[in-house]
Design a protein around this ligand. Structure first.
Ligand code: GLU
Length: 297
């Protein structure tokens, strides 16, 4: 059996907050419970979204919370060659094509899918006259992608109907998240992807890309999102505060409680490493079956 390997892949668009700590802890516990490795990747692919200093702050915050990763950190900003090699492979196989459509045009004409407008196939058979290429899209066959998510259960997505041909290289020249993720997960030898349920709808696209590129398919588990009192996802956009390093044990206790692993009373006041050690031994994704949202404890 291949060795288990998990990962945490934050985007450095801000510091860690309690919601991103939950994803870090969930992926860490799943990997360590299985005796596996846990890797760290910084998804700094999108320069306009990178906040100076955020990546360093994330690394420090993980350390303060006792979340020690294995090996070197992988930085997506340094992986351009690998992404372009994958694009070349897809292009050589005739699987991608240039697209002239703007977001505004698509929003006006296309039906809404699971993640934005469903691409209506406008440029699938060639660019319209007098229009230049902007993005590159992957030609999606009319197949259903089925997979079993270790937390959210059996999933099925008819990719052509839910998303349509999707972007692998953006109009600004940057490689799309979906492509970078599958290239890096394969490069890092990741066997289990544990992340927030907001990325569940992306998974079928990632599995499809893995098949197109001949890459192995990891196991998937999508963790519940932390939501505020009004049910809104807690995140940088909703003003979630950076974690206070002085309250690391308390932060972990809250996250573990949300993961249905409330630490026992005798661990009150225990340091992060002790809390995590206990949680690694008790990790049980079945306790979260079907849970996609959780109020901040
Ligand atoms: N970088 C992505 C984020 O912070 C997560 C990528 C992933 O886990 O696949 O939302």
């Amino acid at each position: 059996m291949a060795h288990i390997c998990g990962r945490f892949a934050p985007s450095p668009s801000g510091e860690l907050h309690i919601g991103s700590l939950l994803a870090a802890v969930g992926s860490y516990l799943a990997a360590r419970h299985a005796g596996g490795r846990w890797l760290l990747r910084i998804d700094d692919l999108d320069p306009p979204r990178v906040v100076p200093g955020a990546a360093d702050a994330i690394l420090r915050s993980l350390e303060v919370h006792g979340l020690c990763w294995d090996g070197e950190v992988l930085w997506q900003s340094q992986r351009g060659e690998a992404y372009h090699a994958a694009l070349d492979t897809l292009r050589a196989a005739g699987l991608i094509y240039p697209c002239a459509c703007t977001r505004r045009e698509l929003t006006a004409i296309a039906r809404a899918g699971v993640d934005g407008p469903i691409y209506p196939g406008t440029c699938r058979h060639g660019l319209p006259a007098n229009r230049g290429a902007r993005a590159w899209r992957l030609r999606v066959a009319d197949t259903r992608i089925d997979f079993c998510d270790a937390i959210q259960g059996q999933q099925s997505q008819q990719l052509a109907q839910a998303v349509g041909d999707f972007v692998v290289q953006r109009a600004d020249g940057l490689v799309a998240y979906q492509l970078a993720t599958v290239v890096d997960d394969a490069f890092q030898g990741v066997t289990q992807v544990v992340r927030g349920v907001d990325l569940l709808a992306s998974t079928a696209r990632q599995i499809y890309l893995q098949r197109c590129l001949g890459l192995p398919q990891p196991d998937y588990a999508h963790l519940p999102l932390l939501v505020d009192a009004r049910g809104a996802k807690l995140g940088k956009q909703t003003g979630a505060k950076p974690l206070d390093a002085a309250r690391a044990s308390d932060n972990l206790r809250r996250v573990l409680t949300a993961l249905r692993l409330p630490p026992p009373a005798e661990l009150h006041g225990a340091p992060p490493a002790t809390l995590l050690q206990w949680a690694v031994a008790h990790w049980n994704p079945a306790a979260l079956a079907g849970v996609d949202a959780c109020a901040v404890p």
